[in-house]
Design a protein around this ligand. Structure first.
Ligand SMILES: CC(C)(COP(=O)(O)OP(=O)(O)OC[C@H]1O[C@@H](n2cnc3c(N)ncnc32)[C@H](O)[C@@H]1OP(=O)(O)O)[C@@H](O)C(=O)NCCC(=O)NCCS
Length: 175
């Protein structure tokens, strides 16, 4: 009968083989060991490394937003979006307009999650999603939103948006 040392060695060998073959650990093996030594720094393209304070994500049902928009008209759009945002969503097909507005709404919700995770809040139109020079979404902060972002411990909120006929999705990263 194997002694405790042999069992430990056999188990260690089994775990090592399992990790080597599947990148996984057998049931009951417990958490993987922490990486030894410092995590190597990633290239930062000339920028000082920034730490992530909070993230937010949201998804918008584009046809639903379009239905609500058609039903409530300008009052709904004016409640959610600034004039500039509404202008930015024009200039394409009707389909693009609702997709783009859906993306902006998702981005606002994602930023609200970044703020909410730190106990802060902001109004819809105080979170304005503009287009940068490459077409990328850029967050402009108005009124109480600038203070809320600062109180959330962030100096900047990065955004990414995608949209298609049915869904618009946005991610916000507060640093
Ligand atoms: C960025 C890029 C991959 C977006 O691809 P896409 O599949 O059309 O985008 P999606 O439908 O998933 O999402 C659209 C959203 O992407 C975002 N976006 C657009 N251009 C972007 C860019 N350069 N960087 C980051 N995000 C961008 C916008 O928020 C856009 O929404 P909007 O049109 O309502 O403002 C594509 O535009 C690209 O390859 N750009 C490279 C730069 C370029 O060619 N620029 C042309 C103008 S000079």
């Amino acid at each position: 009968m194997p002694g405790p040392e042999q069992l430990t060695a056999a188990l260690a060998a089994e775990i090592a083989e399992c990790v080597r073959r599947f990148g996984a650990r057998p049931p009951g093996a417990g958490p993987p060991p922490l990486a030894a030594g410092p995590v190597p720094e990633r290239p930062s393209a000339g920028h000082a490394p920034a730490s992530v304070r909070a993230v937010g994500v949201d998804v918008v049902d584009v046809p639903r937003l379009a239905r609500l928009g058609r039903r409530w008209g300008d009052s709904l759009l004016a409640h959610l979006f600034t004039e500039e945002e509404r202008r930015a969503a024009q200039g394409g097909s009707d389909r693009y307009r609702w997709e783009s507005l859906g993306g902006r709404l998702a981005a606002k919700e994602a930023v609200k999650k970044v703020l909410g995770s730190q106990g802060e809040a902001a109004a819809w139109r105080d979170l304005e999603i503009l287009k940068g020079r490459h077409g990328q979404p850029v967050l402009a902060l108005h009124n109480g939103a600038a203070v809320a972002v600062e109180h959330a411990g962030c100096t900047h909120v990065h955004l990414s948006i995608t949209h298609e006929a049915q869904l618009a999705v946005a991610v916000a990263v507060g640093v």
